[in-house]
Design a protein around this ligand. Structure first.
Ligand code: NAD
Ligand code: ZN
Length: 364
């Protein structure tokens, strides 16, 4: 049942990505990487901690020196330097040294924050990712981007810092609410769109089983999706070029996230941004009308939004221009050259952006 892949790091720092249906096999991995003289701090949030931290501790208990659990309140608003500071204090009080290990148990918020804590505490200690949301399993736990938000700026402070292991227990997705599940689906669909048309079609034809959260189907889907992200990241771990393809749907998506004051979920905004970017691709005759309609249809079938009200398109464009992915004043926009193939395009003009955005606006 279990699946596994190996991810190359920037230098010697490669790591395994494991897909399992329980936490049991974590012990084997721990014993392979570490020993009984090492302490663990499970970093988790107030939703995930009560659900799973005890189970993870029980699995590891025999073979670690001591286990600590650091829990912070769930939510993006706590992905901050303040929380990282509390984590540092907790680690210092409990005498964590450079050979001890952090385990991120939670969604992308926990993963990003723990990774950043691990990258900076004592100039770097090891950490393991145990992602528990669909989004974190297929996206944020892979690739070593860590960080926190600073004031109103998202992911403004961070580091590229690879985990030593990514361990997914797919079973935990059963407790995830529907909206969060859909949000993860947006990134999975994106992976198909930018790299693998047959995967996109596979998602379409397996929609029913995916929505039922059939464990075999979900496992296959997560595996394929992770594989796509892994391939792109390995080619360009620090985002000098190709890795930017993963930002398909994100330029406009991020702008919408900001305008809506982060009240919408990330994946929901990515769905909207993807539809707008696909529309620009359609206008450039890179996509056929039918393909564009299929893209809208697939997002819709996973309860993701494909249009949005109460937004000014001009305001979205202005925010898009402030995106930190800009290079020398030019927005690096990701278009679909065809289904299953994304390209970086630096020639997208303001008028085209506006057209794409107007396509996803609801007029009351
Ligand atoms: N590092 C990267 O490459 C990367 C990529 C994409 C997104 N991100 C970041 O990831 C974050 C979003 O991640 P997310 O969508 O996982 O959000 P999240 O971590 O806030 O999790 C969403 C909610 O689900 C809860 N939850 C988590 N697992 C659960 C489970 N199994 N059962 C029940 N509830 C559960 C959490 O407590 C939270 O309330 C953002 O901060 C984003 O910037 C990072
Ligand atoms: Zn994303």
């Amino acid at each position: 049942m279990a699946k596994q892949m190996f991810m190359k790091g920037i230098k010697e720092d490669g790591y395994s990505i494991l897909l399992e249906c329980s936490f049991e096999k974590l012990l084997e991995q721990w014993k392979f990487l570490y020993n009984k003289n090492q302490k663990v701090c499970i970093v988790t949030d107030s939703n995930v901690g009560p659900l799973y931290s005890r189970e993870v501790s029980a699995v590891l208990k025999k073979d670690v020196k001591e286990i600590f659990v650091f829990t912070f309140p769930a939510g993006e608003e706590n992905k901050t330097l303040d929380t990282v500071e509390s984590l540092y204090s907790y680690l210092i009080e409990n005498k964590f040294d450079r050979k001890d290990i952090l385990i991120a148990l939670g969604g992308g918020v926990v993963g990003d924050l723990t990774g950043y804590g691990a990258a900076t505490y004592l100039r770097g200690i090891h950490y393991i990712q145990i992602p528990t949301t669909l989004l974190s399993q297929v996206d944020s736990s892979i690739g070593g981007k860590t960080g926190v938000d600073f004031k109103k700026y998202k992911n403004m402070v961070g580091a590229f810092y690879m985990p030593k292991l990514v361990y997914m227990n797919i079973d935990v997705l059963q407790s995830l609410d529907e909206r969060q599940f859909s949000s993860g689906m947006a990134e999975i669909i994106k992976h198909g769109l930018i790299r693998d048309h047959s995967f996109f079609q596979w998602i379409s034809s397996n929609a029913e089983n995916i929505l039922k959260r059939d464990i075999k189907t979900i496992e296959e889907m997560i595996y394929k999706s992770c594989f796509i992200k892994k391939e792109i990241v390995e080619l360009d771990p620090t985002e000098q070029g190709e890795r930017a393809l993963l930002n398909f749907g994100h330029t406009i998506g991020h702008a919408i996230e900001k305008i809506k004051n982060f009240q919408m979920l990330h994946g929901e905004c990515v769905a909207l941004g993807s539809v707008a970017a696909a529309y620009i691709s359609l206008e450039r005759k890179l996509l056929k009308r039918e393909e564009y309609e299929n893209i809208k249809h697939i997002f819709k079938s996973f309860s993701l939004p494909i249009c949005i009200g109460n937004c000014s398109p001009e305001e979205i464009v202005e925010i898009t221009k402030l995106d930190k992915k800009m290079e020398e004043g030019i927005v690096k926009f990701i278009l679909l050259e065809k289904m299953g193939k994304a390209v970086i395009d630096k020639s997208v003009k303001e008028e085209e952006l506006l057209k794409g955005i107007k396509e996803i606006l609801l007029y009351e």
